[in-house]
Ligand binder design. Structure first.
Ligand code: NAP
Ligand code: F7E
Length: 327
């Protein structure tokens, strides 16, 4: 049975990836942070009692800031595949906490790569790189587009990208960068713009609140559907050689478009419910991201099927259903 180690397993992508790997028959080991409240909500449905004989999901306490723990964990687990998804992943927050973001999102990658090298682990390594690395480089963006990060988060991801490439070239590690454009789902964190919008639409529709406050509505993003994107991660590690790939839909919508579609789906007029709040603006913004994923399509056979209009429906319906169930 193949063993995988997943950092960030409690996050949006980690939870979908764990589902995918378990369905493929893997034994899955996830890194979780010790917290005073439970932080495993997204994977609770996958968890089984440690005493079950056929248990295949194991969770281990650890943190990206604790390099020696990464060494002992990897030495004990001996995974064939390592998916490094953990990060301080919020761009706006990275302006408030640049040092912490550099330590986790940037140095965290180095700590994990170095742990692999130190113990001589024979594994394949996936780095969660991001379209935020392209920042101010105009669209469409592909694997050859120059990086021009516009946030501490983007800069930290550029560092992680190059460390991954360096370990591939210096130590012959099967290490890949998945350069994923924004991908969303009903499991998306509540402070990212898509989920903030779909959650507000559901609450407004059910009369629980009246307004939502947003920042820049002009930014354009290439939004895809997270369960499809984790399939792309897995395919990169199954390929015959390590390389870097853009994963995206190739389409672009503004935040305003997303707002309008989401309110429309619930039969509401967005202009009656959306207000501006300057606090959600960033000191430097990424204006437009549109990915060209043709390399992933040709070499990995990966292509996005879910586009924004369907994504909006999936997310609004899920938020409405969740609130209705709470009643
Ligand atoms: P997410 O929902 O924010 O999940 C982040 C995960 O990282 C959580 O499991 C979190 O644990 C964990 N984590 C944070 N700090 C940690 C630390 N110091 N030590 C150990 N674990 C830590 O992110 P996501 O949307 O699933 O994204 C997954 C990865 O892809 C991230 O690296 C993100 O930067 C990158 N990415 C995301 C997108 C996107 O559109 N979603 C696009 C490109 C790249 P807790 O649950 O305890 O907080
Ligand atoms: O912002 C604008 C905001 O926070 C999208 C992360 O997963 O994708 C994500 O980063 C846009 C920006 O995502 C609000 O200014 C307006 O232009 O949902 P977001 P992001 O910054 O694109 C990349 C690929 C990652 O790698 C990251 O980890 O929406 N916007 N008003 C707002 N954004 C937020 N969060 N909240 C607002 O009220």
């Amino acid at each position: 049975m193949k063993k995988a180690f997943v950092t960030g397993i409690t996050g949006q992508d980690g939870s979908y990836l764990a589902e995918l790997l378990l369905a493929k028959g893997y034994e899955v080991h996830g890194l979780i942070r010790r917290a005073s409240t439970f932080n495993t909500r997204r994977i609770d449905h996958l968890y089984t009692d440690p005493h079950e004989p056929d248990k295949r999901l194991f969770l281990h306490y650890g943190d990206l800031t604790d390099g020696s723990r990464l060494v002992t964990l990897l030495a004990a687990i001996q995974p064939e595949e390592v998916y490094h998804l953990a990060a301080q992943s919020h761009v706006r927050v990275s302006f408030d906490e640049p040092e912490y973001t550099g330590d986790t999102t940037g140095m965290g990658t180095t700590r994990l790569l170095e742990a692999i090298r130190m113990i001589g682990l024979n594994c394949r390594f996936y780095q969660a790189s991001s379209s935020e690395m392209f920042g101010a480089s105009p669209p469409p963006q592909n694997e050859l587009t120059p990086f021009y990060p516009r946030s501490p988060y983007g800069a930290a991801k550029v560092y992680g990208y190059w460390m991954t490439r360096n370990y591939r070239e210096a130590y012959d590690l099967f290490a890949v960068n998945g350069i994923l454009f924004n991908h969303e789902s009903p499991r998306r964190g509540e402070t990212f713009v898509t989920r903030k919008i779909t959650r507000a639409v559901a609450r407004i529709k059910l009369g629980l609140e009246k307004r939502v406050y947003l920042g820049n509505l002009d930014a354009r993003r290439d939004w895809g559907y997270a369960p499809e994107y984790v399939e792309g991660m897995w395919r990169m590690l199954q390929h015959h050689q390590p390389d870097d790939y853009v994963v995206a839909t190739g389409t672009s919508y503004s935040v305003r478009d997303f707002v309008s579609l989401a309110f429309q789906h619930a039969g509401l007029d967005w202009e009656e419910h959306v207000d501006y709040d300057q606090r959600y603006e960033r000191p430097t913004e990424v204006d437009s991201l549109v990915g060209d994923a043709s390399k992933a399509q040709v070499e990995l056979g990966w292509k996005a099927e879910v586009h924004v209009p369907d994504l909006v429906r999936i997310m609004v319906d899920a938020d409405l259903a969740a609130l209705t169930e709470e009643d």
